[in-house]
Design a protein. Structure first.
Length: 242
């Protein structure tokens, strides 16, 4: 029979896999009933803080530095979560890695192209772990770093102890900075909660298509990256001393 509490062991595994633990947030989530046909009812989510200078340089659209950085951080998170997954498996627990979300133009998944939804959402795991909420432009807003982070997740069948209460609704209030600055005008301004479907407050296709246009016109690349909403969020700016 497995021991009841391995949270300390898993915390140690995670922290030993991180280059600088202060640059990351870690959360454990109970996902029972939230992922269809899943054999892994618990989740681990990790967020890596993004470089403020690179984010602050995003004014009217994506920069080449941000695009390259975005991919580099995704690669770092992928390596980290594979290392963690291997160590958890070595301790006898089943797990499934959820890779960092990639540039939407990189996928060949036809279902994703139709819906712009993934089977497992890092943001959903983050809210269930109590690390943050979803803003009006569908960003994950962490309590510690605001939106200036990238996420990666791992699913497991081991009953982890959840240390934070889930966050069930937005804490953005009347702020509309991301809505006002969105070049795609993709957000309605409606606040997120766990009962509100994404399509009721945010048009992901408008966002993706405008991002493609911006990266094509500004960087002459076939990609779909923007970053304006991350840059203008007051929560992110406050977190690094503005």
């Amino acid at each position: 029979m497995r021991p009841k509490d391995t949270t300390g062991m898993i915390n140690t595994i995670i922290r030993n896999s991180l280059d600088n633990p202060e640059d990351y947030i870690i959360g454990f989530a109970d996902l029972n009933g939230l992922i269809k046909d899943s054999a892994y009812p618990y989740g681990i989510v990790i967020g890596k803080r993004l470089d403020n200078n690179i984010i602050d340089s995003i004014i009217n659209g994506p920069t080449l530095e941000y695009l390259n950085y975005y991919k580099s951080v995704n690669n770092q998170l992928s390596a980290i979560i594979h290392d963690i997954g291997n160590k958890i498996a070595d301790n006898g627990f089943a797990c499934k890695i959820v890779e960092p979300s990639n540039d939407a133009s990189d996928t060949e998944d036809k279902d994703y192209e139709l819906t712009l939804r993934t089977p497992v959402s890092h943001k959903m795991i983050g809210t269930r772990a109590g690390l943050g909420w979803i803003c009006k432009t569908d960003l994950f807003i962490s309590k510690r770093f605001g939106p200036r982070l990238r996420l990666v997740s791992l699913l497991t069948d081991y009953p982890l102890e959840v240390s934070e209460l889930p966050i069930n609704k937005s804490r953005c209030g009347t702020c509309s900075e991301c809505v006002d600055h969105c070049p795609a005008k993709a957000a309605t301004g409606t606040l997120w909660d766990i009962y509100t479907d994404r399509d009721l407050f945010f048009n992901a296709h408008k966002c993706r298509d405008t991002c493609r246009e911006l990266t094509k016109s500004r960087l002459h690349l076939d990609s779909s990256t923007c970053g304006i909403c991350i840059s203008v969020c007051p929560i992110g700016k406050t977190k690094h001393g503005r």
